[in-house]
Design a protein around this ligand. Structure first.
Ligand SMILES: N[C@@H](CCC(=O)NCCCC(=O)O)C(=O)O
Length: 255
């Protein structure tokens, strides 16, 4: 009789992952300001082998550093808001959406400090756009107005299903995560990367020329994807590779 399979040794250590939440001000019908984190983000980190920690905002640099002393990777989530174009040397034009200045201030400080430590950073959707801006790049403020030939990037159907293909560039971190060539992605954005930041590489592009993923060649792992892989972990499991590589790099960061 073959011996029962036994668990050989400990499972890999779960690296702590700091996650930026969304913020809603108190107001009409909402007596209390609140943070919000869509469960798909923490679930994706857990499934990839990480330990998620929500990071409430702070404008105190010592608090940001204290957060980073306790995590091995930072996940900057998306949200239904836009980055103030002043951050990338522009002025707001028609088509710009609402801003969340406190959120952008905190996420920018957290991202800059993590990059300074060469700590793994993953930016999702708006988080990818922030990564490009923090690294010195710019954004199209509204695809509809500035790239009229572009396809629809704000899908009307459920995010668990894709909207369009992108071409993942060979030899990139993203290709290591999900494979090179065509990848079907969901799409929930009206802005896009315009000029790439310093030492930033476009690791995936849509057929209409919109940059769909970026990564820094100056950091061990600084990756941004314009889509939401966390919604497609069961419908298109290949997307789990984005979080798996992120968590693997985070585990290596704090050996
Ligand atoms: N400014 C960006 C925001 C894109 C983004 O993060 N969308 C996420 C949808 C809302 C959510 O999941 O909370 C843009 O629109 O281009």
């Amino acid at each position: 009789m073959t011996p029962p399979l036994r668990h050989h040794g400990q499972p890999p250590r779960r690296p702590n992952i700091g996650i930026s939440p969304d913020w809603t001000e108190a107001g009409e019908g909402n007596p209390f300001a609140r943070y919000e984190l869509k469960a798909v983000y923490s679930e994706a980190v857990l499934r990839a082998g990480g330990l998620p920690f929500v990071l409430p905002y702070s404008d105190d640099p010592t608090c940001v550093e204290a957060y980073l002393d306790r995590v091995s990777g930072v996940l900057i989530t998306g949200g239904a808001f836009d980055i103030n174009p002043v951050a990338y040397g522009d002025t707001a034009r028609e088509g710009m959406g609402p801003m969340k200045e406190a959120r952008t201030a905190f996420e920018s400080a957290l991202m800059r400090a993590a990059l300074k430590r060469n700590m793994p950073v993953l930016g999702i959707c708006g988080g990818m756009q922030l990564l490009n801006v923090v690294l010195g790049g710019t954004l199209y403020q509204d695809i509809g107005r500035e790239l009229p030939e572009a396809r629809e990037h704000e899908q009307k159907h459920d995010r668990t299903h894709p909207q369009h293909p992108v071409d993942v560039k060979d030899g990139t971190l993203l290709a290591e995560a999900v494979g090179k060539g065509q990848l079907m992605v969901n799409s929930t954005h009206h802005q896009a990367v315009k000029a790439l930041g310093n030492q930033v590489v476009a690791s995936a592009v849509s057929s209409d020329g919109v940059t769909e993923a970026i990564e820094s060649s100056a950091h061990a792992f600084a990756l941004g994807v314009q889509w939401h892989p966390e919604y497609m972990l069961t419908t298109l499991p290949v997307h789990g590779g984005v979080y798996k590589v992120f968590i693997h790099k985070a585990r290596d960061y704090r050996r």
